[in-house]
Design a protein around this ligand. Structure first.
Ligand SMILES: Nc1ncnc2c1ncn2[C@@H]1O[C@H](COP(=O)(O)OP(=O)(O)OP(=O)(O)O)[C@@H](O)[C@H]1O
Length: 459
């Protein structure tokens, strides 16, 4: 493609397909602000489409070799739309050709104008066509961006600005070989994001190995991480690689890093400094090249201050720290995730379920999601199984309380729903601290206490 491609001189191109030379001239000078390209027949018109990709075309249906018929005009219309379906084609409708113009619209033309030409009227139709074309293009771009942010980073479903910040940061740090620490409550998607970092890194072809340090008894954690030699301890019947070695060339995800006991923290630190490991019961230093991503729901700063987490290890692990917002802090994401999980579970568990009833949508918006995305996923799964009809209801979600779903009742009910939502969000953002939450809400502490009491909410 050529010519108009340069975005600097971005005057929109208007293609005029017209075989009457007098009209051509008249139209050519009628408009300001467009780059006018003229074609007198189908072949030239299609060449112009390929060369200039005009957003808008005015098309006379009577073209040579059939200037008195409409066949050539229709063929041109079809070819244009086949090549560039988003082109806005405006049909010239001559005397008695109104029917053809309407037929053309049925075939995908955008609008028509009557001959003899009223330049002002046609000018308005053309301007509106450009305007709609621009809006549609913008819409497609945004939709593509939402789709990309929905599944672009490690399959993370999110559209909120809060999560966009997180995924943008992670996208940026993924290619660098830095240690990333993800801080966030349980179920916020830390593992999903860690995998996203791996997938977006040059190590994507290597393995992503995850270990939950809280789920493994202290006595076994060392050998899980570092591996062991045959006979290192009772039951060590064969030499076994640890998770660190398994992640060589890839990424090691240390989940719940805050649960690693101090004794093991020393050994982990040594590995991070020297990049070699020794298996339990082994003497050999084995070099391992792996990238570390870790996560915790605990307040590591406080743990460091209390001497429960080694500061030197913290700095090795936390070259980049990213805080993952709770689901309640992500505006609009709960609804988006619900729409994502619903068809996923409906497919395997209850194909009759196709959507959410309005009261379910309100309940999802109003809930505080203490268990974050995991809770939402589980509730949708449950609701899909429980649903009687096509739509999941608030009752199927079993979110408790009914006030949240009553916002359609009257203004008082709507206000209460909004209050509850804002209070939950502020409390979540403030980590349950009443003073900070009241500051976020712009109300006094006593007022917040009163509201908590009257809505039966808890910090
Ligand atoms: N943004 C998201 N889009 C799609 N699925 C998500 C998203 N976030 C989380 N999930 C899903 O929610 C569940 C919990 O996510 P994940 O295990 O990553 O959370 P976590 O923060 O690591 O939890 P924990 O700290 O309890 O281990 C998983 O099934 C995951 O696939």
């Amino acid at each position: 493609m050529s010519a108009s491609a340069s975005p600097v001189e971005a005057r929109p191109v208007l293609l005029i397909v017209e075989d009457d030379l007098g009209l051509q001239r008249q139209l050519r000078w009628a408009y300001e602000g467009y780059e006018i390209v003229v074609a007198s027949d189908r072949v030239t018109a299609i060449e112009a489409i390929r060369a200039h990709e005009p957003a808008v075309v005015t098309l006379d249906l009577g073209l040579p070799p059939d200037p008195d018929g409409v066949a050539e005009g229709f063929a041109t219309l079809r070819e244009i739309l086949a090549l560039k379906p988003d082109t806005k084609v405006i049909i010239a409708s001559g005397h008695g050709a109104r029917e053809s113009a309407l037929l053309a619209i049925a075939e995908g033309a955008w609008d028509f104008y009557a001959k003899p030409i009223d330049i002002d009227v046609l000018g308005m139709i053309v301007a509106r066509a450009f305007h709609v074309h621009r809006l549609e293009a913008e819409n497609r771009r945004l939709a593509a961006r939402v789709a990309a942010s929905g599944t672009g980073f490690g399959g993370v479903i999110a559209a909120s600005p809060e999560m966009a910040l997180v995924t943008r940061t992670l996208e940026r740090v993924a290619p660098a070989n830095v240690a990333v620490m993800l801080l966030g409550a349980s179920g916020t998607g830390k593992e999903v994001l860690a995998r996203g970092v791996h997938d977006a890194s040059p190590r994507a072809r290597g393995r992503f190995v995850a270990i939950n340090c809280a789920a493994i008894p202290e006595t076994l954690l060392e050998s899980e991480l570092f591996g062991h030699e045959k006979g290192a301890f009772t039951g060590a019947i064969k030499t076994t690689e640890g998770k660190i070695e398994q992640a060589a060339g890839g990424t090691l995800f240390l989940d719940e890093i805050g649960d690693v006991p101090l004794t093991l923290q020393v050994k982990l630190l040594r590995f991070l400094q020297e990049r070699v490991i020794e298996r339990v019961g082994g003497r050999k230093a084995i070099p391992v090249d792996t990238r570390i991503v870790c996560a915790t729901h605990q307040d590591v700063d406080a743990m460091v201050a209390a001497g429960r987490f080694r500061e030197d290890l913290y700095y090795r692990l936390a070259e980049i720290v990213v805080r993952i917002p709770s689901l309640a802090e992500r505006s609009g994401d709960a609804a988006l995730l619900a729409r994502h999980f619903l068809p996923k579970y409906a497919k395997t568990m209850n194909a009759g379920v196709t959507g959410l009833a309005p009261d379910a949508r309100a309940a999802i918006d109003g809930w505080s999601w203490p268990g974050n995305v995991r809770e939402l996923e589980n509730r949708i799964k449950r609701a899909v199984i429980m649903a009687d009809g096509k739509l999941i209801t608030a009752a199927d979600l079993d979110l408790g309380g009914t006030a949240d779903t009553a916002d359609g009742l009257n203004l008082r009910a709507a206000r209460e729903v909004a209050d509850r939502k804002a209070i939950r969000r502020a409390l979540s953002r403030a980590g349950g601290n009443i003073s900070s939450a009241s500051r976020l809400l712009g109300i006094s502490r006593p007022t917040l206490y009163d509201l908590l009491k009257s809505y039966d909410l808890h910090a």
